[in-house]
Design a protein around this ligand. Structure first.
Ligand code: ATP
Length: 919
């Protein structure tokens, strides 16, 4: 229906006037569609959703498993060997390749499903008019003809022809590349070939409302929208690969090259020694298929996606998979105050008027000044009661509405005698709002906002029937006292306006009479203090960035442990005076930023990053979006936040709770640990197989394993046990170590070394068994080699469940899926060795009890060795902290180079619970 990629719109909605559009779409502007009409249209046009261009179906995923060149060559070679040799062997090889492909496909499908579930959770909503009433519905349910209500912060949910616009400004960068806000109107523009960017009476899906409000009628949904026409550019959850996935893909390529080279050497050496060429070819190809970690990136996606799903259940919704990884590296969390650290359950607990400070119940309603204050509370207020009479709106507003109601002032009744004529809405830059009402002989203006914002506009203070002059030092003192009790203080003021009304806002909002201050109490969230302590132990510094008064902010910051008694707050005004370099220096000792404009958040994030910090930053408003996009992890509020902030964020807090961010960091660290464990396991196993087959001829031994055995080991070891590592619980000390430097290689902290030495040790054990068997003339040597290699891997996977704790401490049952996978693998191994029908297929022979005992013992060697490695690590750590008690209080990250140096020293220096981090 719209123009995309030069296609001219057959139905140029922008060329028609609003009334015609409404008529053509069969809808009334004030009532919206009815439920039956919606159902009918929905059946016709389907869901309002963009199908991601890259989405792959199940069949393609399954076929994709066999599209690998090595697998194709292996299949070819197996078929040739079947034709000229043993067809049974070939069939088993093909069956194993199929099974391997099936496991890969199941993994990928699981990842797809987990990602799709995340996408569903992340689906937006739309405010619409239906059946004559406003409602919020899933954006997916919109149909052409729906009337959509737009306000600042909302994403545009479908293509709309605007029918009402009040100061409506849209951000269209995502669609047209225009970086400046675009002013929108409703007048028809009769030019059918008008480019998208110039259709000023349209609002397109994928753009966002930056300011103002408006209404539009849906003219196109889903793939019929302008965005649908260019869906390929969509940045959906899975479209971008995470840095880790990219790094592992690169690593996979290097390993592939090395494995191919080694396999070629093995093939050459084998043929040179007179082994049957076709068998050697199959051996080398099987080894290549087994050793190439083609599944690594897919498994990482599975682990990340499963982790993200678990996080969503804990109220942390991941919007970009890379955020899962980055969470483990976060060094600073910049958090809002209201709602995140507090419960956002405001209650008016104190008043200050010309009479001085009084409890809220003591307000004299017979006094004209008192009555005027109550009118201001009720009228300069955006609360709308719902059908049940319960107030709906911002907690701050609700608290003030309740205060008025408690003194018998009913907003609705009052508005009947003093209807609202105009308003200047609240905005966090101005920190105040104003409403204009019809008064006795003219108009009354009520202003409410932060005292610093309202007091400069005041000329006097209301006292009894008249006014008194302002004593600003007394006011400042009163304000400071209320704020340092942790109260959010709002000033209320009033003025009778001259008629005709002044034209400018500045001329209107002047010569006000102060009515008083109201102190609102908002209790800290009970879990906030513990979450702050966890952050500190984990080497993460929480800082508070709020629009509230410094004293209010500091009181709460001290209460939850963000600031100490000595620390002071830096205000937005002070911040504005600092140069970037000065700000960076100032950051070292500042934990609380107060009266900060959202725009200043961006400066704070940038300055923190310049110091080498990895920043998670919360935000909810339109103006927070740049800071959220700039931070390594933008954290948006799911309850109170705008769509615009959400779009810019990597993580959405469904409960707006600070503790949820800390929980997400913990989960991010666990997931990253488990990815490392999987890499450790898979790469070590592969290297053991390669070493075994590569080194055997140098020791004068025959080829140790048959191709089918190599493929079997790859199937049973890489598949189930590897994936069960995703279920591994977090390590005990996961939140007692410093953040991982983001640039740190997956192979840092001894992983690379581990892969080499354990791979070699495993190969040495296996070759020793082979040498012994061959020398003794034991006909079962190959079955034993095969069994020891499989079982050693099981011992290894159990030992690497923790990077430091012993398995005996963890207990076998703490990861039941892994226990099940290991048990199943062992039983399968026993089956292929002991069940006579399987013996010819796998080239095995039943082992005697003594041989089983030897295999069992030999398979324990790797397990014991890795346990000793961990024990030595624990001992070194113990000594390290005894020798370096300062470790716990080491300053954090003077720069990223130092961070890297610390990263390479591992966890040994991680701060303890008392170890406060500074930077
Ligand atoms: P944070 O969520 O970061 O703690 P905040 O919610 O306090 O910040 P804003 O919502 O920007 O920040 O509010 C800033 C200041 O504006 C408040 O401290 C208060 O003085 C004033 N204010 C807040 N809400 C209103 C409102 N509805 N009407 C008038 N003034 C308000």
């Amino acid at each position: 229906m719209t123009e995309a990629h030069g296609r001219i719109d057959p139905s140029p909605w922008h060329g028609l006037d609003p009334a015609t559009v409404l008529e053509q779409l069969g809808v009334e502007a004030c009532g919206g569609l009815s439920t039956p009409e919606v159902a009918e249209r929905r059946a016709q046009c389907g869901a309002n959703a963009i199908r991601p261009a890259r989405r792959r179906g199940a069949v393609r995923i399954v076929l994709g498993q066999f599209a690998d060149l090595m697998i194709l060559v292996l299949i070819g070679a197996a078929v040739v060997s079947g034709v000229i040799g043993d067809a049974g062997d070939t069939l088993v090889i093909l069956a194993i390749i199929l099974l391997n492909g099936a496991i890969g496909a199941v993994q990928e499908l699981r990842a797809e499903r987990a990602l799709a579930a995340l996408r569903r959770l992340d689906a937006g909503t739309a405010a619409v008019l239906r059946d004559g009433a406003a409602a919020t519905i899933p954006a997916e349910d919109l149909v052409p003809g729906d009337i959509v209500l737009l306000e600042a912060g909302r994403a545009v949910p479908a293509d709309l022809r605007l029918i009402e616009a009040h100061g409506l400004q849209l951000g269209e960068a995502a669609l047209t590349g225009e970086s400046l806000p675009v002013e929108k109107g409703t007048a028809a523009i009769p030019d059918p070939a008008l480019p998208l960017a110039d259709r000023r009476n349209m609002a397109f899906k994928g753009t966002a409302v930056l300011d103002g409000r408006g209404r539009g009628v849906v003219v196109a949904t889903g793939m019929a929208t302008a965005l649908g026409g260019i869906a390929g550019m969509l940045d959906t959850v899975e479209a971008t690969r995470t840095p880790l996935q990219r790094r592992l893909t690169r690593f996979g390529r290097q390993i592939t090259a090395a494995a191919l080279l080694l396999c070629a050497i093995i093939l050459g050496l084998g043929i040179a020694r007179g082994e049957p060429p076709l068998l050697m070819l199959l051996t080398a190809l099987s080894l290549a298929v087994a050793a190439i970690p083609e599944a690594l990136p897919a498994v990482v996606t599975v682990l990340l996606a499963l982790g993200a799903r678990r996080m969503a259940a804990e109220n942390a919704l991941i919007r970009r998979l890379s955020a899962v990884e980055t969470l483990g590296s976060v060094t600073v969390i910049g958090t809002d105050k209201t709602g995140t650290l507090t419960r956002n359950e405001m209650q008016a607990t104190a008043l200050w008027t010309a009479e001085g400070k009084l409890p809220v119940a003591a307000l004299d309603v017979t006094d004209p000044a008192g009555r005027r204050l109550l009118s201001a509370l009720a009228l300069c207020n955006e609360v709308v009661p719902d059908a049940a009479g319960q107030p709906r709106g911002e907690p701050t507003e609700i608290a003030l509405w309740r205060l008025a109601a408690a003194h018998g002032v009913d907003k609705a009744a009052l508005e009947r005698t003093a209807p609202r004529l105009g308003e200047i809405p609240f905005d966090s830059g101005r920190r105040r709002m104003a409403t204009l009402h019809r008064g006795g002989e003219g108009c009354d203006l009520y202003v409410k906002g932060a005292p610093e914002s309202v007091l400069p506009l005041c000329r006097a203070i209301a006292a009894g029937r008249g006014e008194a002059s302002l004593n600003r030092p007394v006011l400042a003192q009163a304000l400071e006292r209320m704020a340092s009790e942790g109260l959010r203080v709002l000033a209320l003021a009033w003025r009778r306006c001259p008629v005709p009304l002044p034209q400018s806002e500045a001329a209107l909002e002047r010569d006000l009479t102060l009515l008083g201050f109201v102190g609102l109490f908002d209790p800290a969230r009970p879990e906030a203090r513990a979450a702050v302590a966890t952050c500190r132990a984990a080497g993460i510094t929480p800082i508070m960035i709020t629009g509230d008064h410094p004293a209010t902010a500091l009181t709460l910051a001290r209460q939850v442990g963000i600031a100490t008694a000595e620390e002071d707050a830096l205000t937005g005004r002070e911040l504005a005076m600092l140069s970037d370099a000065e700000l960076q220096a100032q950051l070292a000792g500042t934990r609380v930023f107060a009266r900060v404009d959202p725009a200043q958040k961006l400066r704070i994030v940038a300055a923190l990053q310049a110091r080498g910090e990895v920043v998670a930053m919360t935000g909810d408003g339109v103006n927070d979006a740049p800071a959220l996009a700039r931070a390594e992890i933008g954290v948006a509020m799911g309850r109170g936040g705008t769509d615009v902030a959400r779009e810019a964020a990597g993580l959405v807090l469904l409960d707006d709770n600070f503790a949820t961010i800390v929980g997400a960091v913990r989960e991010g660290r666990r997931i990253f640990d488990n990815i490392r464990k999987f890499v450790r396991y898979a790469v070590t196993c592969n290297s053991a197989e390669i070493w075994t087959i590569f080194l055997a001829p140098f020791l004068g031994l025959p080829v140790p394993l048959l191709p089918i055995q190599i493929l079997w080991i790859n199937l049973v070891t890489d598949g189930l046990p590897g994936l069960a590592l995703a279920a591994e619980p977090a390590e005990a000390g996961v939140m007692q170590r410093r953040p991982r430097p983001p640039e740190e290689s997956v192979f840092a902290q001894g992983l690379g070394r581990h892969v080499i030495w354990v791979g070699l040790l495993m190969a040495a054990v296996v070759l020793a068994i082979q040498a012994w068997g061959v020398q003794e003339g034991n006909p079962h040597w190959q079955t034993m080699v095969f069994t020891v290699l499989t079982l050693s891997q099981m011992g290894h996977v159990l030992a690497i469940r923790s990077e430091r704790e012993s398995l005996f401490r963890l207990g076998l049952r703490s990861n039941r899926p892994l226990l099940g996978a290991v048990t199943l693998t062992c039983l399968l191994q026993v089956a292929v060795v002991m069940l006579p029908p399987l013996n010819p297929l796998f080239g095995t022979a039943p082992l005697t009890a003594e041989e089983w005992a030897v295999c069992g013992l030999a398979s324990c060697v790797v397990f014991v060795a890795v346990e000793i490695e961990k024990w030595m690590g624990r001992r070194k750590e113990g000594k390290g902290s005894a020798l370096d008690p300062a470790g716990a209080t080491r300053p954090l990250h003077p720069d990223s180079a130092a961070r890297q140096e610390k990263g390479s020293k591992g966890n040994a220096l991680g701060g303890g619970p008392g170890g406060e981090a500074s930077w």
